[in-house]
Design a protein around this ligand. Sequence first.
Ligand code: F6R
Length: 601
Amino acid sequence: MCGIVGYIGNQQAQPILLDGLKRLEYRGYDSAGIAVLRDGKISVRKCAGRIDQLRKLTDEKPLGGTVGIGHTRWATHGEPTDLNAHPHTDVKGDIAIVHNGIIENHVALRRHLEGQGCVFISQTDTEVAAHLIHTLYRGDMMAALRETIRTLSGSYALAVLNENEPDVLYCVRLGSPLVVGIGQGEMFLASDIPAILPHTRDVLILEDREIAVLRRDGVRVFDDLGNEKTPAPLHVSWDAAAAEKGGFAHFMLKEIYEQPEAVAKTLSAYVGADGFQPMLPGAPDRVEFIACGTAYHAGMAGAEYFAHLAGTESTAHIASEYRYRILFPRENQVVVAISQSGETADTLAALRKAREMGAHTAALTNTLGSTLDRTVEKSLLTYAGPEIAVASTKAYITQVETLLLMAMDLGLRNGSLTSDRVQALLSGLRELPEKMEAILQNRDFLQQYCDRHLHERLMFFIGRGMDYSLAMEAALKLKEISYLPCEAYAAGELKHGAIALISDDTPVIAICTQEALLEKTLSNLRETKARGAETICVCPQRFAQQASREADIVWPVPDADEMLLPLLVMLPMQLLAYSMAVAQGRDVDKPRNLAKSVTVE
Ligand code: F6R
């Protein structure tokens, strides 16, 4: 989705803005631009395409000045063209803005502003906001922005330059994230923390309907009635290097290799010498997970953990469905929203619905200070560090791990688990990073497999129970970055229709981590082999011999407790997706049509 950066200080703004935009590239975009204010004059450079194209423009015609804003646009209203790229200006060009989000009443506003003589040159909803602010400005920018908040509906994060106030950078948010980075004699602005990490780790997270006024020597924050607020800055523990590739060909590969460390960090954040840190409060008799995409798959695994380890009824819901579903509230229930970014629009809307029906709410997010983190009764973090690749890997693994810990904690408290069982699981978890390293050290066989299977028509992932959730995640990883059509199926469901798709050019991968279901899943695999499929089984070493009787190929992972195996078998699946995408020459970190953080419905 779109990204915003801003700068006010004593350095040249252009290189800082371009560098910030580069760091936001991972969010997905199709055009980019910057505006810089110098000697009371705003100048804009913008174009469709990548930051490198924008750089060419600014190399040819550099923008001098120490105050500026920048944007990467992911088209929603109007095609990705030079004209539709941000920043947008008003008729006279004395106000320039960049915008994330969607202005829902833009059609009516556009008509109204055209009636007042405004001439529109783009198809965007954003240009409406530029003209609106200009018409509302009568020498008092704060008043104009307060009125803008009252007029616009939808979601937005806006950064605004005004030629009449050359030493100020204004911004305002509603439903779209914005953070202010606090420097020495300079201030930074961004929609996402990684963009400002090289400059500062002290940030102010803006709340909805807040207006921030950035000057070189500080930032002041006001509510929409003009009352000044004194929000406390947060210190971010991530450093800039954590958001860089560090010698890996892609962020995704780096993030896959960071998983052993992320698992160890998450474990030590929640389990100390004297037991569990507080996790889910109380003893709910129903736990519901709401999430999208990969986070939903983590929720499916979480539901299995809560049933197995805490004896608690638990279901995972796709957030975009949950928000429109008829719900049957129960008194003692908790709804847990899972989201790496903590800003996914559907997840936040589903959470609002859960709250309205009176459920207790909790969050599992990787992003401290995100909207999700700040709006629930109990927020739990994953300690994956910044995840830059669009395809989620380490965030997913740490989500699954934290859900396992939550279920263990509840199981111990409600008597479903003995402390011996919990101790055995914890020592298994402590051994996990080493086992993960072992898997990561040996990935050549996947490369060979991908080279041979580059042109498959369709691929299947199957599993039962917990393994079905893993199959769903494995298939999503493969399709989103390699674009190879693939299906995830509950193994027993194949023969009810989809088996018609199986032939000798549809490899089938079975994920088998649970002993009780092993024979069943293998027999489903056998059925696909009988129809010509090449069959693969991903399982712990101890099942390998049995699996090799049915599968053409076995990809074993080190043995571990059944409850811990999901954290191991997903690694070869992530590597398979990665290798396949590389072999296909795909843009691994920025797959087509996708954005890292989906802040629109
Ligand atoms: C896939 C992926 C997406 C996200 C989904 C939710 O690799 O990353 O499916 O999981 O868009 O995003 P968050 O977790 O930020 O709510």
